[in-house]
Design a protein around this ligand. Sequence first.
Ligand code: FMN
Length: 431
Amino acid sequence: MSDLARLLARQLLDEARALPRRGARRLGGRPDVAACATTDEIRAAARRALPKVIFDFVDGAAGDEWTARRNIADLQALEIAPRILVDVSVVDTGTTALGTPIALPVIGAPTGLTGLVHHEGEVGLATGAHRAGSIYTLAAMSSYSIEEVAAASPGPTWFQTYVWRDRGLVAELLGRARAAGMTAAVFTVDVPVAAARDRDRRNGFGLPPRATFRSVASGLRRPAWSWAFLRDPRITAANVAADPHAAGEAISVAGYINEQFDPRADWSALEWLRGVWDGPLVVKGLTRAEDARQAVALGADAVVVSNHGGRQLDHAPTTIRALPAVADAVGADAEVFLDGGIRRGTDVLKAVALGARAVLVGRPLVFGLGAGGAAGVERAMTILGEELRTAMTLAGVARIADLDPSLIVARPAADDPSHPSTTTGRRHPGG
Ligand SMILES: Cc1cc2nc3c(=O)[nH]c(=O)nc-3n(C[C@H](O)[C@H](O)[C@H](O)COP(=O)(O)O)c2cc1C
């Protein structure tokens, strides 16, 4: 046998040995997250693992999902102009966020009710983000309680809250987050009311989950998810389940929470929150420069340029276009973060170059969770970190501090008919 024939035979034998393991995973609906090499592959793996109604709850957005799609498209529309002949033998993706060292400028965004996606829920998300060397943000509307998440994964964690009508409940949650060691409070300001999400309506998504012939058939096609869900159903918002008004049925918790969103909340809500939380405070969900200035004037230590991943106001500006003006307005007075549409390491590079201290990621981590629990979350984070390192190396940037707007060029609109609004000839979007 020639050397080549021997090599090929050995490789085919290895493939054959791996077949039963891969086949078993496939049949059981458990994708192999270690084999995923991109965020898109993680998303595809989650799609194979989750019933359609659950996949759509994560993947979907408000209205026509224009903003959700454009968050991604506007990031893709930017070019990176590499620096040449720079020593990139050592590239460091490490930075800090509100004083906490992180291995990569990617932080877990708050995402509620993830127990529907995987039985590990927010415990899996926190564990994956921490193992990757970063911060996790726990949503007030989580499936696991503040105490459960802090005990299972005691790494750096921020706590996201809304200012609900029941201020006593918000103050109590903040006190519990503080006692559990969570370091920063994240105040989400883009949910005066819950937005309409067409996919959820069409799928009959609701809490508690509704059994229809279609949803049962969809569950039967995803036996691993269904079995885990039936064994340990997580269908309530754990942090508020103990509230006397909300006790009992999941449905009453959902109703209670919907009633709690306060469309009357104005800037005095931020002043109130600043008064009850003495640690670092982050305002999440703005796209206007003057709003960022006002938030900082009222005591915010950081802002997140965010449109809730397109899940609230459809046709809100995309975050990468809004970022430069917000970063200019805030200057050195506060840290600026961005979320929405980050799917590649090059997206992270672009956002940091245009003024973000770090980015938050929502769907990529929740898809990682759906595909493989904490290991899938860690894989999703690691993919972004590895891609960022490669992009920095090829762009001639050895340290995060060396990323600046001169690296980023907007592609002329004429080049790309699918992005008619891409700014022409400007150095970066949004001026
Ligand atoms: C399933 C899901 C649940 C979410 N729940 C919350 C939440 O409870 N609080 C919040 O501030 N943002 C929530 N978000 C928005 C994220 O924090 C983040 O702004 C958004 O996902 C970023 O966009 P990306 O998914 O494209 O990364 C949620 C997003 C998803 C996908």
